[in-house]
Design a protein. Structure first.
Length: 82
């Protein structure tokens, strides 16, 4: 994907964050000519979207994980619900 293609596509987008965030991330990978998360980690072991997580103190949530993921990257509820 060229910078011009990326800008043209995303300037025209009128989507909610949860509708576009994963596609936007994958397009960034294409723009930077790096392997996307599915190609890098097809099983979702270390780089995946919306992986279930336990929270402190208890409860369930989800987050996007990656090599530098920490407790700060987990969310207390699903971002696209409601």
């Amino acid at each position: 994907m060229t910078p011009t293609d990326f800008i043209k596509k995303w300037q025209a987008a009128d989507l909610k964050e949860c509708s576009a965030s994963q596609a936007h991330f994958l397009d960034h990978c294409g723009l930077l000519d790096i392997e996307d998360s599915i190609s890098s980690d097809p099983r979702g072991d270390w780089l995946t979207f919306e992986r279930g997580a336990s929270k402190t103190p208890g409860g369930e949530g989800s987050g996007t994980t990656g090599p530098r993921a920490s407790s700060a990257t987990t969310k207390s509820s699903h971002a696209c619900s409601g």
